[in-house]
Write a protein that binds this ligand. Sequence first.
Ligand code: SAH
Ligand code: SF4
Ligand code: F3S
Length: 454
Amino acid sequence: MTTSPRRYHITTFGCQMNKADSERMAGILEDMGFEWSEDPNQANVILYNTCTIRDNAEQKVYSYLGRQAKRKHEQPDLTLIVAGCVAQQEGEALLRRVPELDLVMGPQHANRLKDLLESVLDGNQVVATEAVHIIEDITKPRRDSSVTAWVNVIYGCNERCTYCVVPNVRGVEQSRTPEAIRAEMVELGKQGYKEITLLGQNIDAYGRDLPGTTPEGRHLHTLTDLLYYVHDVPGIERLRFATSHPRYFTERLIKACAELPKVCEHFHIPFQSGDNEILKAMSRGYTHEKYRRIIDTVRRYMPDASISADAIVGFPGETEAQFENTLQLVEDIGFDLLNTAAYSPRPGTPAALWDNQLSEEVKSDRLQRLNHLVNLKAAERSQRYLGRIEEVLVEDQNLKDKTQVMGRTGGNRLTFFTGDINELKGQLVKVKITEVRPFSLTGEPVEVRQAITA
Ligand code: SAH
Ligand code: SF4
Ligand code: F3S
C-alpha cells in the first residue's frame, strides 16, 4: 500500500531568532517523514512562526490564519500550528480566537515540536507556553542556505526596555555552553558552510547565566571569550554576531573583533533614540554620548567598519526637539543601514499604558523624515566602496539577472557581479566595485580566493 507523502509548510515572520527556530522545526518535521511544500494549500501541516514586535506584525498572522482555518472545514485532517512570539503572547486566547488551531507553541518549545505534534496527531489540542529550560539543540536544522548559517548562542532577554515584548515572549536569558556552540560550528564547517552568524536578542549578555568567574571577578564566559574560542573552527571563513546592546558593548570586545581576522567588520548596535530623556524613559541604560563613544572606539580600531542599528520614532512623549536629536545622531554617525519603526504600543509592556501617546500622523511624519535621511546617509556611505576591491562571499544567483551571482562584503553590503553560481557558490571572490546604490553594489570579479580548509 502506498500513501501519499505528508507535506508541511512553514511561513516565518519576524527576526533572525525566528528564522533560526523555523529551520530547526523544519528539520524536526523532515525527521518525522514530512516533505517541504512551498505552497501552503498543498500541505497537511501548516506552521506559522509568528512575530509580535509591532501590531502590524501580529495582525499579518491573523489574516493568514483566517484563510487556512476556512480551508480546514473542507479538509479536516489539516494540522494548523501557531508557533513563535504571538503564540507565546496569546496562548489559550488564540484558541478562542481561532478554534481550528491544533497547536499553539511558544518559542522556547521549538525543539519539542516532535512530542507536541505527536500529541496533536493523537487527537489533542495542545498549548505549550509554559517557561521551560530550552533543551539543547539536538535537532538537525533544515537550513535555507548552504553557505551561511545561524547559530544560537543565547536565548531570551533579561532587559526591560519599556516598549518591548521580547522578554515576555522569549523568556529569561539562557546561554548555550561554549562546547555545544563550537560543536555545532565544527559540524557546519564539515558540511561546507563558510559563514556563521552567532545569534542572541542581547548577545552581549552571553555567559552571564553560566557558572564561573575569573580571578578579576569577570564572568568566565563572555561573548569576547566565545569569539576567541570558536574563531578557528575549520572551514568557517567568516563570523558575525547580532544583536548588540550599547550598554554592554565593551572595548575588550571591539579589540577582539579587530584582532580576529574572521570576525567581519560589521556591527549591529541599535540605539533606538538620540535623546537622553527618551532613552531613559525607554530604560535603555545609556546616553547618546555613550553610544557615540562606542562608535568612536569601533572606528578607532576599525576605521572602515560598517555600522547598522535600529531606531524607534514617536515613543510616548517624544517632542519634536527630542526627535530632532535622533535625526542629529543619524546625521553625525552615518549608518550603513538603519532599521526604523514607528512606536507601536504592545500588550504587557509599561509604555503602552502611559497617557502621553503620540498620534499616528505625528509618528508616520517622523518616520518618513527619518527614512529620508537614512537613505541619503546610506548612499553617502556606499560611495566609499566605488573603485575598491571587496571580498564577497557568494551565496546565490541574482534572482533578477541569472547571469549574475550575489553575495555580501565583510561589511554586509549586498553585492552583484557576473558569474556562474555553480562554480562560485560558497567562494570568496575579490570584486572590484564599479557601481554603488544606497544598499547594494555591483562589481567585476578580480580573483577567487582558495578557501584555506584545515
Ligand atoms: N534586542 C534588540 C532588538 C529587539 S527587537 C535590541 O535591544 O535592540 C528589534 C527592534 O524592533 C528593536 O531594536 C526596536 O527598534 C524595534 N521595536 C521593538 N519594540 C518596538 C515597539 N513596541 N514599537 C516599535 N518598534 C519596536
Ligand atoms: Fe527588547 Fe530591550 Fe531586550 Fe532588545 S534588549 S530584546 S529591545 S527588551
Ligand atoms: Fe518578533 Fe519575536 Fe523576533 S516578537 S522580532 S520574532 S523575538
